[in-house]
Write a protein of this length. Structure first.
Ligand code: CIR
Length: 258
């Protein structure tokens, strides 16, 4: 059974870290409604939902993807690059332990955020970013090898995380808004999308992608490629440099697309 881990937003969401955007007012109640809509999109398609302990004192805790990377049956707990986010990891570890999932860890002095890891088949792209460093990547390479996966490091300078700039359609085509992609050539198949908020998709299954409601022309592009598109409003999270990928950790059945 496929499952997502999610963490409900902190009432202090507005105080989250910002790297590339100007700080804007955030409506915490709207954020909570948007979060429920996001979770429902998975639940409606048969995904099990596991809620990780809320952490009201961590404004960025809702971006739970940054705390763990799934490599098949192995969960790699991360060492987030931003000091303010390091206290988020233990509660994710506790949720994984309850589910009986094997874990490993990225340890200091290495740092790695889950948002920097894009998996396509057995290839694991990792962004060398302001949050993920060479030591974190070295540790990921070693852990990925235990699950038969190869790591390719790519530079990330224009956005916060690798997956703020690129994600992948169910067929493995990498998509991104070109002005924000450092090296489109790093990917075997790259499809430019026309809007910044169109860069992030989560494959709900082989035919369906979940994306932000803030990219209608990109939604049309995906529909023209015979994909079913579920668009959810996530404006309050986008103000904090979040996107659809970072609001959950997907624990997929073997054989499912990344
Ligand atoms: C941060 O800067 O850490 C948060 N404000 C946003 C994290 C978004 N996470 C992601 O894209 N994986």
């Amino acid at each position: 059974m496929s499952r997502i881990l999610v963490r409900r937003p902190s009432p202090r969401l507005a105080d989250g870290e910002l790297a590339h955007l100007e700080r804007r007012p955030v409506d915490a109640q709207l954020a909570l409604r948007q979060w429920h809509g996001y979770v429902a999109a998975f639940a409606d398609r048969g995904w099990q939902v596991t809620e990780v302990t809320p952490l009201d004192e961590h404004p960025d805790g809702v971006f739970v993807e940054d705390t763990v990377v799934m490599l098949g049956d192995l969960a790699v707990l991360t060492a987030p690059g931003a000091p303010s986010r390091r206290g988020e990891v233990e509660s994710t570890a506790a949720a994984l332990a309850q589910l009986g999932i094997e874990t490993a860890r990225i340890t200091e002095p290495g740092h790695l955020d889950g948002g920097d890891v894009l998996k396509i088949g057995t290839t694991v792209y990792v962004g060398r970013s302001a949050r993920t460093d060479d030591e974190g990547i070295r540790q990921l390479v070693r852990l990925a090898a235990t699950r038969g996966r190869q790591v390719i490091a790519v530079p990330v300078r224009k956005v916060l995380h690798l997956k703020s700039g690129v994600t992948a359609l169910p067929d493995g085509t990498v998509i991104g808004y070109e002005p924000l992609v450092d090296e489109p050539d790093a990917f075997e198949k790259f499809l430019p999308v026309p809007e910044e908020h169109g860069t992030a998709v989560v494959a709900l299954d082989d035919e369906t992608v979940l994306m932000s409601a803030g990219a209608p022309r990109t939604a049309e592009l995906f529909a023209s490629r015979d994909l079913d598109v579920i668009a959810v409003p996530i404006s309050e999270f986008e103000k904090l440099e979040g996107c659809v990928t970072c609001l959950s950790v997907r624990i997929r059945q073997p054989g499912q697309s990344p």
